[in-house]
Design a binder for this molecule. Structure first.
Ligand code: DHB
Ligand code: FE
Length: 280
């Protein structure tokens, strides 16, 4: 049977992707950010999964604002990196595991999550920057990737409790897939940041550090954080943290925390990153 073996969360700041693509990872500004990912780059060599379920949000790069699904899955065989205004990132194409994707979609609908299926899309920095941070500069991504898209751009965004439940449903779906697959779930985005308006540049280190503290061993406390609290405490884009909750719920109760990292500055965002191995 398939099983979820580990989870990774990381911010997905587009400027990190640009620094990576332009060979600036050793620049004084960026070096301390990339150092935070040295652990995961080594760890993944011994823990390369067959499939990553990559929970992220599209930033109106591929899914324009004409249709805004709350939860959606990429259903194409492959996905190119999106052109977000300065050309496509020069990264490998993302290849789907369509049989597992189809199984998860079916199980989610049975579980009363009416998931949207996207038969054609490109994947933006929310998906490709984490892949670069973990796998580095490679010719091909070393595993299949199921893009799992969450609306955090337009009200009404899903609640933390709803995200927790869909994470549990993903876990149950993976467990019932008959093939012997090693699956990881990644959650991207966050931590605190606000890109626009009078509070642009807002960072809330105290909130972010407490979120990381609780995520490993008392994660269910976090599912009650309301959307208004995210807005007030972490800025307009801090709501991206709900995707970390989906990852965490998919891992089940016990996790071993292998890495935590927190860094400011990195563009406009407090960069956070964790690696968990599942115990059950
Ligand atoms: C930044 C962070 C994001 O999560 C994003 O989607 C876009 C920009 C930033 O810090 O610049
Ligand atoms: Fe983002």
């Amino acid at each position: 049977m398939a099983r979820i073996s580990a989870g990774i969360a990381t911010s997905h700041v587009p400027a990190i992707g640009a620094a990576f693509d332009l060979g600036k990872t050793k620049d004084p500004y960026w070096a301390p950010v990339f150092e935070g990912y040295e652990f995961v780059k080594e760890w993944i060599k011994d823990n390369t999964p067959d499939v990553v379920i990559l929970v992220y949000n599209d930033h109106a790069s591929s899914l324009m604002m004409d249709i805004v699904p709350t939860f959606a899955m990429g259903f194409a065989d492959e996905f190119q990196s999106a052109d977000e205004g300065w050309g496509r990132r020069p990264v490998p194409v993302v290849k789907n595991h369509i049989e597992l994707a189809a199984h998860i979609a079916e199980q989610l609908v049975i579980d009363e999550f009416d998931i949207t299926l996207i038969n054609e899309m490109d994947v933006d920095h929310g998906c490709t920057v984490p892949l670069s941070l973990v796998f580095g500069d490679v010719e091909e991504w070393p595993c299949k990737v199921i893009p799992f898209v969450v609306n955090v751009s337009q009200f009404p965004t899903p609640s933390g409790e709803r995200c927790w439940k869909i994470g549990e449903a993903i876990r149950n779906a993976v467990k019932t897939f008959p093939e012997d697959l090693d699956v990881q779930v990644w959650g991207t985005g966050g931590m605190s940041h606000q890109l626009h308006g009078t509070r642009a540049g807002l960072i809330n280190e105290e909130f972010d550090r407490r979120f990381i503290d609780l995520l490993a061993h008392e994660p269910e406390e976090l599912k009650y954080i309301t959307r208004l609290e995210y807005l007030r405490e972490t800025g307009t884009e801090g709501i991206e943290l709900i995707m970390w909750l989906i990852m965490r719920a998919a891992l089940g109760y016990g996790v071993e925390e292998k890495k935590r990292f927190y860094r400011v500055p990195a563009s406009n965002t407090a960069v956070g990153h964790v690696v968990y191995e599942a115990k059950s």
